[in-house]
Design a protein around this ligand. Sequence first.
Ligand SMILES: *Cc1c(COP(=O)(O)O)cnc(C)c1O
Length: 348
Amino acid sequence: MSSERPVDLRSDTVTRPTPAMRAAMAAAPLGDDVFGDDPSVNALQERIAGLLGFEAALFVPTGTQGNLCAILSHCQRGDEYIVGQQQHCYRWEGGGAAVFGSVQPQPLEHAPDGSLPLAAIEAAIKPDDPHFARTRLLALEDTLGGMVMPMAYLEQATALAHARGLAAHLDGARLFNAAVAQAGSGGDPLAEARRIARLFDSVSVCFSKGLGAPAGSALCGSREFIARARRIRKMAGGAMRQAGVLAAAAAHALDHHVARLAHDHALAARLADGLRGIDGLAVETPQTNIVFVDLVGPARERSAALLEHLAQHGVLATGLYRLRFATHLDVDGAGIDRAVAAVRRFFA
Ligand SMILES: *Cc1c(COP(=O)(O)O)cnc(C)c1O
């Protein structure tokens, strides 16, 4: 292992709170949020709800719990939600909605751009017939694997869901990455986030990914929906007490860490550019902060050896055959250049 601090590109969750964020946490006024009197939690919930155009919001410890509370608040036992095969709330959450809520997922294959074909959504909606689970919800994700979902698609898919009496939930763990990418230079990321969010009945956002908070997500929706979600959160063990220390970190992140996501996106592009042209690597052009690199041909067999070599040179990534590098608050240009150099040395 190199003696320098590793360039940790395994995920955008690995960031440590900055000194300014720690100061905001230390200064946060606190109460007991189960009694509803933690001023920092209340302020954050009002703020994120207002910012994304909803009546209410609920602070939850994790994005997984935010999605669970959402699905179980939209659906009853024996209902189903339509979802993409690669989406977090189907594939990466231990089947929680099925395990805890007896809600059946109906997974669909994604198109190459990450969208779910409208005809496939339409075909998956079950008629009212005792043979079938009741289709109640369409769950989408933006960004999905770092890809920004096209606005026209989000508009059409949510309109289809609503026309067929389904609710629509957005897993917006990285909604602000999508919003920043969509805003481009000169645009307003918060306006873009609101433009995406208002298509949905509920949206969950993570503060612990690119925004750099140590923990915490918010679920947004109508007042009545959030009241249901609050019961689920309690059952799931997610009702915290002086949670204002975490809410203050999230509020600090909203103040200081949204616009800067553009920097993470630029670093991801710099990484992808640096890795292009290496024989044995197929580099995808990143849309936000995640770079996927496939090992192809004979290089495929050297996937584990590459990760090992990178770790020895102080560069951490994940994946086998398909490597994943995520940029974030705790990586800079020098770190990216170190990562590129380490990969190039391996193939030299
Ligand atoms: C990380 C992530 C989650 C879950 O967040 P945790 O806080 O790790 O539980 C949900 N959805 C997406 C798309 C994510 O990337």
